[in-house]
Design a binder for this molecule. Structure first.
Ligand code: ASC
Length: 150
């Protein structure tokens, strides 16, 4: 029974910490991974932001597809901010990410929440809803960058 309990606990720990600890052979890989995910997210978000700002005509289908990708990408960077990944490749990540991980995680979750809302707004194809959601999502990017990106 004790053995079973510790096995369950071990597999739970492996599941929770797996993406952060096992996925990257070296810090450089983690840094590239999170930068790549954020880049793809930004490219897709930027396409919708351009429509929201009137720099591009609203294309509801493109907006919905881009929002879907941006929302998915928004989930990926965080597993790549493990301990020891503050250096190893060029990065703007501040040391505060690791000394204030709770706040960083909170901002990361808020951004994902805003990206979910943008995804829902994009599916409606309503420009006013998209504008509001783009504004909120953009604000959540900025809040985190101001605190944690040099
Ligand atoms: C973007 C992008 C950001 C945010 C930020 C919002 O498109 O690359 O970092 O929006 O500019 O203020």
């Amino acid at each position: 029974m004790k053995k079973l309990a510790s096995l369950i606990l071990l597999s739970a720990i492996a599941t929770l910490s797996g993406p952060a600890m096992a996925q990257f052979a070296k810090a450089e890989d983690a840094i590239k991974y999170r930068q790549s995910a954020l880049f793809v997210m930004q490219q897709n978000f930027g396409r919708i932001a351009a429509m929201a700002a009137g720099r591009a005509p609203l294309d509801a289908k493109v907006a919905a597809e881009s929002a879907e990708v941006a929302t998915y990408m928004s989930k990926l960077p965080w597993a790549a901010f493990g301990e020891g990944t503050d250096k190893g490749a060029p990065t703007k990540a501040k040391a505060e990410i690791w000394s204030n991980k709770a706040k960083f995680n909170d901002y990361a979750e808020k951004m994902q929440g805003e990206m979910n809302k943008l995804n829902a707004a994009a599916k409606t194809g309503n420009l006013d809803s998209i504008k509001a959601a783009v504004g909120a999502a953009s604000g959540s990017c900025k809040t985190c960058h101001d605190a944690f990106r040099s």
